[in-house]
Each structure stands twice: as structure tokens, then as C-alpha cells.
Write a protein that binds this ligand. Structure first.
Ligand code: AHR
Length: 501
């Protein structure tokens, strides 16, 4: 069965340039993300630094421009000094956020070396839970000051004569969450974040700062938290964070696929708060959004409760993703692109083993989870300028979000490559969509390829034994004549239609 849908695009109706940092990632000292994920000196694939080459290869292909580190909840109890200097002198610590043992064999300098291997840049978080302004400014001096001071010379002693020049910094993590070590009220956090921001910018005025927004749109303090925090920090910070995780605990596919609709409201509310504080302050400055944690997270929650505390690198948050999860990740990528005017940074949480697109076995293989594929496509073909994408689509009714369009889509003009890419998801399990897309202003178009991710089992997974069970093909059904693109968007599918302009 097929239904009709249309998209109208016009070269002159542009929304915004994509900041490539919306295809960011996140690595936390949590479970097996670092140890046996990216760093495993005993592994046959390990390089001279102990980094797994097989993992570097898979992450490198994801084309990730920025990686948030070292947490997450972890950062709120972290002493950064434990992770620098000779590894044999580094202490084992009780890691209280995830009830593990942290060996500190991997720290900031190792992270910097690893990001270079995948051509990425760091987004460093400071501890505003157990610590504060003093540790933050010392860390910044250690990382960014050229030399001739205590902390910059310490870095040089540790074998790094050149400063790391870390540009992007997060002022703590999820400080609105009662689970956070050192949880604060908006007043308390706003004051501390502002004073820390002033001090950090005094050490290095070239840095950019992200202040904590809410840890989810369902938080009871949202959006008053944003209002208060911004009133304290507005002139000294550059971005405010948003976090959101999706789940299908109710096992209701239609409701699950609709969850990204709530993100439009979430983003628009945060933008409204930013702009109202701007007005209140009579400021010229615009605050942008950093959606620095998002993903699907629920498969591992029950089994995590059975994991014994105080282990080194326990297998925590190891969600094994299904095909339907890949659709949600695709829908979220489209949603982020549609807000490219204000969302300048976004980080898929996380990267390896922990709610991640890449999975590894300790001393074994590494493979791509289902969610790897839409992310790979978006970061590869989603750079350029987002066009206003006017969609007409059949809808279905949901309890949580009312009427939801079956077709979700966005178009990006990849100017430098002379290409136009349409990303589209069909949320319907009942019918395919006959998509008629009219594209004005580019003249005649040609089809490069129509990539599709689909599967007849919505619960299909990729595993070590069957790593390509859910993987894309390029046999999508699209015909182009002049400026019309006619595609069949099969039921429950992620599509990338690449056109030559
Ligand atoms: O990504 C997992 C955890 O989710 C992070 O540590 C925390 O910031 C969030 O609650």
C-alpha cells in the first residue's frame, strides 16, 4: 500500500549553514568506553599508545569533528590531576558516579592524542560538582597556557611542550539533576558557573563556554532553570546545553518514533528563554544551543542494576541497538539539521560500548551497531546549507504528541560538492510513501544515489557474529526528471537521496 507525500524546496529559501559540530560525539570514563573500548594496550590491534586501531578506523569513518570528554556524571567527581604524568604514579580511585574503580591510566593527554588520530577536536568539561573555579582555571592553564607557569610547565614536563589549545569547555555536567555529584539549585549553579566563566576567560579569552541547561525536557525545573542560569551567566558564556535520551520501554513503535517531535518544542523553548534574557539584559549577544547529549538509552538499564560495584571497566550501559532505534537516531539527526540556525553543537552520547554506535569485545572484535549508519550518512552528506523543507504528508495519531507526520525530512545543499541531499524517514509501518519532490532554482538535477536503511524485523540487531544484519543498501527507488524527484520511501525506512546540482 502506498500514500502520497510532497516536499517543496527552493534554492532561495535557505534556513542556515550547518555547523559541522552538530555531528559531535561523547566519551566518558564510564564502563568500557575508554578501557577496552578505545584504549586496550593488551589488544592485538593496539598501537604504541595502547589505542585500538580497529576502533580508530570505525570512529574515524564517522567523521566526528568534536568529542565531549571526560563526562558526563563522571566529571563531577573527577580530579583531573590524577590522570596526568607518569602512568605508574597515577592513583586508583573510587569512581562514585558509576560505582566503579578508575585506574587513571588514560587521562587528558591520552585523550588529546586519541582525538588527533581521528582528526577530531576536544570539548572538555570541568568538575563543578566536588570541585570548582580553582581546579577549572588550573586545568585550563595546564592545557592551554604555552609555558613559564606552574601548570603549563607541568604539562611540558609530562611530555607536551605545545599547549593543547582546547577551545570548547563545558561548565560542569547536568547540574540540575539530583543524581549529580554536587547537584545545585539554579541560583547556586548560575553564580558558580558565572564566576568560573570569568576566571577561565581571564586565563584564555579565546575559549568558548557551554553552561548547563536542563538534563531533559521532562525535568521539573525546566525551563526556569535556563532562565535563572542565563540571568547569572549571559555575558560570559556562549552556549547553553540540552540533553535528551529516547526509549521504547512501552514497546509502542508509533509513540517511540514520535518522540523526536518533542525535541522541536524543547529547542524552541530554550531559544525563547535565551532571547528573552537577551532582551532583559539589553545584550547584543546571541546564545546558541549545544545539544551535547542525545541518543537512545534503555536496553541496558535493567541488567546494569545487577552489575557488581567497584570493578574496573564494568560492562555498563551496553545497549544493543535495534533497527527501530536507528530510525529514531535518523529522526533526531533530521531534527537537529532543521534547527541549524540555533543548534551549533550536538553530541551523540556516546561513542564506544556505552550507548554507542561502535561496540567492541574485550580482546576481540569491533563492529557497527544499527545506529552507526544514519549517523555516518548525516555527518558525511549533511554539511552545507539547510533549505527550508516544506512537507505535506499523511499523519498518524499518538497519545503523547497528537498528530504526527509519517514523513520527516530535511534537505541540505552541499555547495562545495555541487550536491543536494534529502534525508527522509517514513514513520509508517503500514504503507510506503510516494514522494513527489519539487526543487526550484537549481535547474536540472541528476540522481547520484538513493541510500536506504530498512529491515523486515524492527527488532533486528547487529552483533559480533552478524555485524551487517542491519546495513544500508543503495538500491532506493528514485527517478529524477528536470527539477522533479519522484521516490518511493518504503515503510519504516531511513533514506538519503543524493542529487547532483
Ligand atoms: O551518557 C550517560 C549519562 O547520561 C551521562 O553521564 C550523564 O550526563 C547523563 O545523565
Amino acid at each position: 500500500m502506498a500514500e502520497k507525500a510532497t516536499i517543496k524546496l527552493d534554492k532561495d529559501l535557505k534556513l542556515a549553514e550547518v555547523d559541522d559540530r552538530i555531528f559531535g560525539g561523547f566519551l566518558e570514563h564510564l564502563g568500557r568506553a575508554i578501557y577496552t573500548g578505545i584504549y586496550e594496550p593488551e589488544h592485538p590491534e593496539a598501537d604504541g599508545n595502547g589505542f585500538r586501531r580497529d576502533v580508530i578506523e570505525l570512529v574515524d569513518q564517522l567523521n566526528i569533528p568534536v568529542i565531549r570528554y571526560p563526562g558526563g556524571n563522571f566529571v563531577s567527581g573527577y580530579n583531573w590531576e590524577d590522570g596526568v604524568g607518569p602512568t605508574e604514579d597515577r592513583p586508583n580511585r573510587l569512581e562514585l558516579a558509576w560505582k566503579s574503580v578508575e585506574t587513571n591510566k588514560f587521562g587528558i593527554n591520552e585523550f588529546m592524542e586519541w582525538t588527533e588520530k581521528i582528526n577530531s577536536k576536544p570539548m572538555m568539561a570541568v568538575n563543578l560538582g566536588t570541585r570548582g573555579m580553582d581546579a577549572a582555571r588550573n586545568l585550563l592553564e595546564y592545557c592551554n597556557h604555552p609555558g613559564g607557569t606552574y601548570y603549563s610547565d607541568l604539562r611540558r614536563e609530562h611530555g607536551y611542550p605545545e599547549p593543547h589549545k582546547i577551545k570548547l569547555w563545558c561548565l560542569g555536567n547536568e547540574m540540575d539533576g539530583p543524581w549529580q555529584i554536587g547537584h545545585k539549585t539554579a541560583e547556586e549553579y548560575g553564580k558558580l558557573a558565572n564566576e568560573t566563566a570569568k576566571l577561565m576567560k581571564a586565563v584564555d579569552p579565546s575559549i568558548e563556554l557551554v553552561v548547563c541547561g536542563s538534563s531533559g525536557r521532562g525535568m521539573p525545573t525546566f525551563p526556569e532553570w535556563e532562565q535563572t542560569v542565563l540571568e547569572h551567566t549571559y555575558e560570559n558564556i556562549d552556549y547553553i546545553s540540552l540533553h535528551q535520551y529516547f526509549d521504547n520501554e512501552a514497546d509502542n513503535l508509533e509513540e517511540y518514533l514520535a518522540q523526536t517531535e518533542g525535541i522541536n518544542d524543547f529547542i524552541e523553548t530554550v531559544v525563547t528563554v535565551c532571547d528573552s534574557v537577551k532582551e532583559e539584559k539589553g545584550s547584543n549577544k546571541e546564545i546558541h544551543l549545544s545539544f551535547d547529549e542525545w541518543n537512545v538509552w534503555y536496553h541496558s538499564k535493567e541488567s546494569d542494576e545487577e552489575i557488581e560495584p567497584w570493578q574496573v571497566a564494568p560492562p555498563l550501559l551496553e545497549d544493543v541497538y535495534t533497527f527501530e532505534d536507528a530510525l529514531v537516531v535518523g529522526l533526531m539527526l533530521i531534527t537537529l539539521l532543521k534547527h541549524a540556525d540555533r543548534v551549533k553543537i550536538a553530541c551523540l552520547a556516546q561513542l564506544v560500548n556505552v550507548i554507542a554506535p561502535v561496540m567492541t569485545e574485550t580482546l576481540g572484535g569491533a563492529w557497527k551497531q544499527t545506529i552507526y549508519h544514519p549517523f555516518f550518512h548525516a555527518s558525511k552528506f549533511g554539511n552545507g546549507v539547510v533549505l527550508q523543507t516544506r512537507i505535506s504528508s499523511p499523519e498518524y495519531n499518538t497519545e503523547s504528541f497528537g498528530d504526527v507526520p509519517c514523513l520527516e525530512a530535511v534537505a541540505v545543499e552541499n555547495g562545495s560538492d555541487g550536491e543536494l541531499t534529502i534525508f527522509a524517514v517514513n514513520r509508517s509501518r503500514d504503507y510506503s510513501l510516494e514522494l513527489d519532490c519539487k526543487i526550484d532554482g537549481y535547474g536540472d538535477l541528476d540522481l547520484i544515489e538513493h541510500l536506504v536503511l530498512e529491515h523486515d524485523n524492527i527488532k533486528a540487531k547487529n552483533t559480533a557474529e552478524n555485524p551487517d544484519n542491519v546495513s544500508p543498501h543503495s538500491a532506493g527507488d528514485t527517478k529524477v526528471s528536470d527539477n522533479r524527484v519522484i521516490s518511493s520511501i518504503s515503510s519504516l525506512s531511513w533514506n538519503v537521496i543524493r542529487l547532483k546540482i
